[in-house]
Write a protein that binds this ligand. Structure first.
Ligand SMILES: O=C(O)CCC(=O)C(=O)O
Ligand SMILES: [Fe+2]
Length: 544
């Protein structure tokens, strides 16, 4: 199979305009998700004003009600004598002529609703779109798959995997946020609409269970109902061959909606099917994950992600070592870098504390305005892809003094020329909900790749800096080399993408695992072949 190359034009920085956040999608970058909190804060304030105004209005209605009902209690004691009083008669006539009319036809309720709606409309541009909701739901399903998380636990706000029949915590959140029947309905529906009945069955089952538990009560914020969930779940079961479940759920649905012609027809159809071929046993309907085009490496990739950093131990391979490294450079003499050689084939090293907290903050902050949905090479062009969920920005040296400082330090450590165009501009990446980058090569694997547009050859090496920590997930996995590196905050990793003879090194196939918990930021510096002629020995030997 072919792997795409992560390609991004470093010169696109020239055309970067400051686009309001609302125009880009939200789920592909945690920074944007975090920014959405301030929008909800405003909505909360608007709702409070609405509740206050409506409460005042209801207080007035209640006062009028109390006034009139108290009067009637008095009047009923002797209505004839009461009416003999012209003041009582006058006020009765006035009430019936105009006071009731004013109360019943008051515009206040409408004005309050209108005020709430127009405040909401002011924020509308910054609200997540349907694409965000679907992307976030897909992110959850990705985490479920890659980390083998139990849906029933996720629904309770827990991150657990079943091991030897026992649910084991993969991560224990400080506060667990349980999901509602409607939350699960939404995730199930996203899967259902993609004909992915493996996930729709699991999520809709939870949805039906929770809706049933809530007694089928309707609440205004919900999009779905018990009936909707039963309907979708019944059809998902039918599609996965579980006709008897499809039948019993449809019967339950008819109980709520007896005149639903479509469901009546389905029930007849399911009954006929069951008469024709009765089910052998329930276990016949084992749900299977949808197949993907990267099945060959999927298991290794996911295992490497699950182990969250599974490097070969130094004691198992004495050629792997740690040291204080200066690369013979006087600039590093007083403060050598702690180097850890992680792998020899391909050659991958980790430099601890490569960047300071302040420098990492400078880089992230400078990147904010330029973050755009990350793209991958698609033939000669670049396009967004499901297999890379993040936003990225390109930073030139001139963007901030820290960028130039880092270039210098990379150059000292690697001994390579990283000046543009021999090194691409710094690519800063922020991952989104369940954000990931599936197995890929950083170097071009086809002569038409956009990597060659710089006219400085292929990407000979990658220098990647971890600008943040993550709480769980997000490791960098080397698939064929069979090891993964956990996110080590402030560290950087370096590897050669090409053999000395210029051929791509297949062993560098690598990936960014989905981020389970946290806000992962990395920065890539891609170094090209040209400009290194006297710095990195090349070879004509096809074996080298
Ligand atoms: O995020 C990671 O761990 C890997 C990122 C990566 O491979 C890339 O951006 O090319
Ligand atoms: Fe990469």
């Amino acid at each position: 199979m072919k792997y795409s190359t992560c390609v991004c034009f470093s010169w696109s920085i020239l055309t970067v305009a400051v686009i309001p956040l609302s125009l880009g999608e939200m789920y592909t970058s945690l920074l944007n998700v975090k920014q959405a909190i301030s929008v909800e804060r405003k909505l909360i304030d608007y709702l409070k004003t609405y509740i206050d105004h409506e409460s005042e209005r209801l207080e007035d209605v209640k006062r009028f009600y109390a006034k009139v009902s108290d009067l009637h209690t008095e009047l009923y004691k002797g209505p004839a004598t009461a009416m003999a009083n012209p003041l009582v008669a006058f006020t009765l006539i006035k009430r019936l002529h105009s006071e009731w009319l004013n109360v019943v036809h008051s515009n206040e309720a409408q004005e309050n609703t209108q005020a709430l709606r127009s405040s909401y409309e002011k924020e509308e541009a910054d609200l997540p779109k349907l694409e965000d909701l679907q992307g976030a739901a897909q992110g959850l399903m990705r985490l479920q798959d890659v980390y083998v998380l139990q849906v029933a636990s996720l629904v309770r706000g827990l991150f657990q995997r079943v091991t030897e029949g026992q649910p084991i915590d993969i991560y224990r959140p400080a506060v667990s946020v349980p999901l509602s029947g409607d939350d699960c309905f939404l995730v199930g529906k996203v899967a259902y609409e993609q004909h992915d009945y493996y996930h729709s069955v699991q999520w809709l089952e939870e949805s039906v269970r929770l809706f049933r538990g809530a007694g089928g009560e309707w609440i205004p914020e919900n999009a779905g109902t018990l009936e909707d969930a039963l309907d979708h779940l019944a059809f998902s079961h039918f599609k996965t061959g579980n006709i008897s479940f499809a039948l019993s759920l449809s019967q339950e649905l008819l109980h709520h909606d007896p005149m639903n012609g479509r469901v009546l027809q389905n029930v007849e159809k399911y009954e006929r099917l069951l008469v024709r071929s009765p089910p052998l046993s329930i276990t016949d309907h084992g749900l299977k994950r949808p197949t993907s085009n990267n099945l060959r490496t999927r298991d290794t990739y996911e295992t490497l992600c699950q182990t969250q950093g599974s490097q070969q131990m130094h004691f198992k391979n004495p050629r792997l070592f740690c040291d204080f490294f200066t690369n013979g450079n006087p600039g590093l003499l007083l403060l050598p870098v702690r180097r850890e050689v992680l792998s020899l084939q391909p050659y991958v090293v980790l430099y601890h504390n490569f960047i300071t907290d302040t420098e990492a903050e400078d880089i992230k902050t400078t990147a904010h305005a330029g973050l755009r949905r990350s793209v991958v090479a698609a033939g000669e062009k670049q396009a967004t892809a499901e297999y890379r969920i993040s936003k990225s920005a390109w930073l030139k040296d001139s963007a901030h003094s820290t960028v130039g400082k880092l270039d210098q330090k990379i150059s000292m450590l690697t001994g390579l020329n990283v000046k543009h165009p021999y090194g691409e501009y710094l690519q800063v990446v922020n991952y989104g909900i369940g954000g990931h980058y599936e197995p890929h090569f950083d170097h071009a694997t086809s002569p038409s790749s956009p990597v060659f547009k710089l006219k400085t050859g292929n990407r000979v090496a990658t220098f990647m800096i971890y600008l943040s920590s993550v709480e769980a997930g997000g490791s960098t996995a080397f698939i064929y080399a069979n090891f993964s590196i956990p996110v080590v905050e402030k560290a950087a990793i370096f590897w050669w993408n090409l053999h000395r003879n210029g051929q791509g090194n297949e062993d560098t196939l690598h990936a960014g695992c989905p981020v389970l918990i946290g806000d992962k930021w990395v920065a890539n510096k891609w170094i090209h072949e040209h400009g290194q002629e006297f710095l990195h020995r090349c070879s004509l030997n096809p074996e080298e």
